[in-house]
Design a protein around this ligand. Structure first.
Ligand code: SF4
Ligand code: SF4
Length: 57
């Protein structure tokens, strides 16, 4: 599953913009992955400028 380290995340929204499956919701200081939509494609992991995202099996 996709994990966000919210200590690293600056809530820039880049992952939301790039996700082809609309699987990420961002709220003020809260990051939510919709596991039913996320395909673990890794696109957001690659583009996150603060390297806050990773996929854990
Ligand atoms: S791209 Fe990275 S830093 Fe930006 S909101 Fe997403 S997880 Fe946070
Ligand atoms: S891993 Fe892919 S499907 Fe999952 S949230 Fe990131 S960009 Fe979207």
């Amino acid at each position: 599953m996709l994990i966000c380290d919210t200590k690293k995340c600056d809530f820039c929204g880049a992952c939301v913009a790039v996700c082809p499956f609309n699987a990420i919701n961002l709220y003020e200081n809260h990051f939510e992955v919709l596991e039913s939509k996320c395909t673990e494609c890794g696109i957001c992991v690659k583009i996150c400028p603060t390297k806050a995202l990773k996929i854990e099996k």
